[in-house]
Design a binder for this molecule. Structure first.
Ligand code: GDD
Ligand code: MG
Length: 333
């Protein structure tokens, strides 16, 4: 069903990705691949085809991101608005706010989910107020923003990263929301501002509604949650065709580039292999992400690991639960 109105989307792609270091010393977390393509491309899969424009509020490694977007164009017109210094989620929205639609969508760029975006847009049109947040129900609310819902799904309280005792519910900010353009004026200029802690609580009295999303949801911002996101995508059939590289055996799913060589290797499922990955005979890989040019020696085992570009795993070695990078750019803050 086509959207009833013109909507642009603002995507927050700043942030240092500290919880995915050392890989994020060299590239923004949004470009880490999982289940066949970079995180950002999975995030944007949720957007309807008739979104008018996608605007990226970028910061850290903005040049790397922009180059990738140029080489791998999206289906919508795009524009990037970089920040000279990190402005936080709210500051990034204000900085990139010129030329947005009214209302506009805001997306965190690390959320792997299946949110009904047209449904969110319709809910906002129907309920009014200044905005609506998609919400997901999770057990452990500590890393997230938590909403207390009243009658008609009105959000009555919003607390960012509360202690379990202070959490008003298990419904968390799923990282995809819609706002009237006027809210941008509420964000102070010229300094870093957290949208969630400094701005959202003050908007509630003007009407912010919750849109409960039953589908899968994960924030891919930590190693464990990134690998969990990959499993969710594969299980939802969003990881490409179910086959193994030539000459390998074991269990899929495995997403792999055509240039991968894995003769004699074995898989335990839920694996992404980027271009030019080489797996030695007798090696075993499961629940892992191996980025471009990774080499795994014969009989080595790789489990629950994220290996950055060109990492080498020695023959017979065992890597379990690690995030490794080979060329560290330690100039990053
Ligand atoms: N432009 C810009 N500038 N973007 C930023 C900045 C910045 O200074 N800092 C962070 N971002 C981007 C990140 O890239 C990410 O896409 C988004 O803003 C949210 O930042 P995270 O660092 O991932 O926040 P979080 O995961 O701790 O919490 C947020 O997401 C949760 C859902 O995943 C909050 O929005 C929570 O309320 C929410 O529940
Ligand atoms: Mg996050």
């Amino acid at each position: 069903m086509p959207l009833e109105r013109t909507v642009k989307a603002l995507v927050l792609v700043g942030g240092f990705g500290t919880r995915l270091r050392p890989i994020t010393y060299a590239l923004p977390k949004q470009l880490i691949p999982l289940a066949g393509k970079p995180m950002l491309y999975h995030v944007l899969d949720q957007l309807p085809a008739d979104i008018e424009e996608v605007v990226f509020a970028s910061g850290y490694k903005a040049d790397v991101l922009e180059r990738y977007l140029t080489q791998h164009p999206l289906r919508w017109p795009t524009r990037t608005v970089p920040e000279a210094t990190p402005l936080g989620t709210g500051g990034g929205m204000r900085n990139a706010g010129a030329g947005l639609s009214d209302p506009f969508l805001v997306l965190n760029s690390d959320v792997i989910a299946e949110i009904d975006v047209p449904g969110l847009i319709r809910l906002h049109a129907h309920r009014g107020g200044v905005g609506a947040l998609s919400l997901s129900e999770v057990e452990d609310t500590r890393p997230y923003g938590v909403a207390a819902l009243g009658a008609d799904d009105r959000i009555e309280r919003f607390v960012e990263k509360p202690t379990p005792e202070a959490a008003p519910s298990h419904w968390i900010n799923a990282g995809l929301s819609i706002w009237r353009k006027s809210v941008l004026e509420r964000i102070p200029e010229g300094r870093a501002v957290s949208w969630e802690t400094e701005i959202v609580p003050g908007l509630l009295s003007e009407g912010v509604f919750g849109f409960r999303c039953p589908g899968f949801w994960e924030d891919a911002g930590t190693p464990e949650r990134l690998l969990h996101s990959q499993r969710l995508l594969f299980d939802a059939g969003r990881g490409g065709p179910a086959k193994l590289p030539d000459g390998s055996r074991g269990r899929g799913p495995v997403a792999f580039a055509p240039s991968v060589r894995a003769e004699g290797a074995e898989f335990g499922g839920y694996v992404h292999l980027d271009a030019d990955v080489r797996l030695g005979a007798g090696s075993f890989v499961e629940d892992s992400i191996l980025m471009e040019g990774v080499q795994v020696g014969p009989n080595a085992h790789v489990r629950h690991a994220i290996l950055g570009p060109h990492v080498r795993v020695a023959s017979d070695a065992a890597v379990d639960g690690e995030v490794l990078a080979s060329n560290l750019d330690s100039r990053a803050p």
